[in-house]
Write a protein that binds this ligand. Structure first.
Ligand code: HEM
Length: 450
């Protein structure tokens, strides 16, 4: 209330260069862009971005205010751009009652016992993919992406036919591989540029995945058990959703949600796991401590007691630290949809508000020596939800954060317990892949059988 009284109809200071230039800087090097501007203008600062002015912050008190706002006050940023990739009904874009309703239906699939029920699959999938590795160069991101997608396909569809699962995997990898990072800022980007090179892949990849999803939805509507292993899946839940007036989701709405889960459900986790795998093998002391810890679980043989693996503190701290130092979503993009006061500024409706974990996670008061990969920090002190937020926060917080952290631990623990890797070259550079960020594909690990 007091804040309200002191509010000014103004924006925080910041750079005022051409919007396209600021957008390019942000996409190319988010950390550099954010830190340079905070050093010059303070936190929060504002900058012109492709769709208008955006306010950036990583300050815990302001992050708390933003996460506490309802979704019809602080709503998703530039929904038309995300919609051009995931579809207009994607959960990540929904607000208000529809968001609450659909989220509540899907949430139980990603919590508690449901998460643990996936442990065995997580171990098996990891061992299958890693077991097929030859001695020599391995791209950590490619390996983790295939593992994460194979796992999440089970949660989304539960195929009993391996050929259908493989088809879904190939189509999804082609789809995310064809997404251009600038599509998040320019909807219809591909329509304005010649369909050559990577951009030429997009329409074909989009159409192929769409046809597959529509076909799968039609099959399940005809016969809920068709090609389907027992157990509840995201698709089952989507088909079961009913609104108060009894209406169900249309096929296009179901497909948008499936696309959302396919993309958000593997790229992010894969990026986190690849960073963690790389970091563990860059520091002999971390590797030794983790190996000792893994040996306490069934001799390091993660498959018979995967849940114990999921509870190992140092392994968990490594995953937390990977998501801190290399956030796969360095800023959560939001927009002011109704009057909102931030740090005394009454932000005009339509202003972007980007909540930057890439800033908050580097705060030396919360994370001493922030540039260092030091997992122990998470064993010494748990940061608050406004100091550390790789999964965003508030009503839109990642609904699968519990699933994702469990998965990262199981996959990383299984890989380290059973395989030998060495890093090659200098530290990996973060780059955008699809809608999230991960290590650049160059700079592989070298694998040798354990
Ligand atoms: C390390 C892995 C992951 C990270 C870092 C991550 C991060 C995020 C972030 C930052 C958001 C936006 C939150 C906000 O707006 O405040 C989000 C939303 C979401 N994530 Fe994740 N995510 C991960 C894994 C997953 C997985 C495995 C799935 C599904 C299987 C998933 C599904 C979703 C969905 C559906 C939303 C939209 C939620 C909503 O709008 O209510 N994510 N995630």
């Amino acid at each position: 209330m007091e804040r309200q009284a002191r509010s000014q109809p103004s924006l925080p200071p910041g750079p005022r260069g051409a919007a396209w230039l600021q957008t390019a800087r942000l996409v190319r090097d988010a950390e550099g862009f954010l830190r340079k501007n905070v050093a010059r203008y303070g936190d929060p600062f504002s900058a012109p971005i492709r769709d208008g002015t955006v306010v950036f912050t990583g300050r815990p008190d302001l992050v708390r205010d933003i996460f506490a706002a309802p979704t019809d006050v602080i709503s998703p940023y530039a929904p038309e751009h995300i919609a051009s990739v995931l579809g207009p009904h994607a959960l990540i874009l929904l607000t208000g009652a529809a968001h609450k309703h659909e989220r509540a239906m899907l949430m139980p699939l990603f919590h508690g016992a449901h998460v643990s029920s996936w442990t065995r699959t997580m171990v098996e999938v990891t061992r299958r993919h890693a077991g097929a590795l030859k001695t020599g160069d391995v791209n950590a991101l490619d390996l983790c992406q295939r593992i994460a997608l194979d796992i999440v396909l089970g949660v989304i569809f539960g195929f009993s036919d391996p050929a259908r699962q493989q088809q879904a995997l190939d189509l999804t990898l082609e789809f995310v591989g064809a997404i251009h990072p600038l599509q998040i800022f320019f909807d219809g980007l591909t329509a304005h540029l010649p369909a050559v090179g990577p951009l030429g892949r997009w329409p074909k990849a989009q159409a192929a995945l769409d046809a597959f999803l529509r076909d799968e939805v039609a099959r399940r509507r005809r016969d809920p058990l068709a090609g389907h292993a027992p157990g509840q899946t995201v698709l089952d839940m989507l088909l079961a959703i009913r609104y108060d007036d009894g209406h169900a989701l249309a096929d296009s709405e179901v497909c948008d949600q499936l696309r959302t889960f396919l993309v958000t459900g593997h790229e992010t986790t894969a990026g986190g796991m690849a960073w963690a795998l790389d970091a563990v093998h860059r520091d002999p002391a971390i590797y030794a401590r983790l190996s000792d810890e893994l040996a306490t679980v069934d001799g390091g043989d993660g498959d018979s007691d995967g849940d114990a693996l999921g509870r190992l503190p140092f392994l968990g701290a490594i995953c937390d630290e990977a998501l801190r130092l290399y956030p796969v979503i360095p800023y959560v993009p939001k927009r002011v949809a109704a009057p909102f006061v931030l740090d005394g500024h009454e932000l005009p409706i339509g202003t972007g508000v980007f909540v930057a974990s890439a800033l908050a996670h580097m705060n030396p008061d919360v994370f001493p020596e922030p540039e260092r990969f030091r997992p122990e920090r998470f064993l010494e002190r748990r940061p608050t939800a406004f100091e550390y937020f790789p999964f965003g926060g508030g009503a839109k917080r990642c609904l699968a954060s519990g699933f994702a952290t469990h998965e990262m631990r199981i996959v990383l623990g299984t890989l380290v317990a059973h395989h030998r890797f060495q890093t090659r070259g200098g530290p990996l550079r973060p780059v955008h892949h699809g809608i999230s960020r991960g290590p650049a594909r160059r700079g592989p690990l070298i694998h040798s059988a354990a």
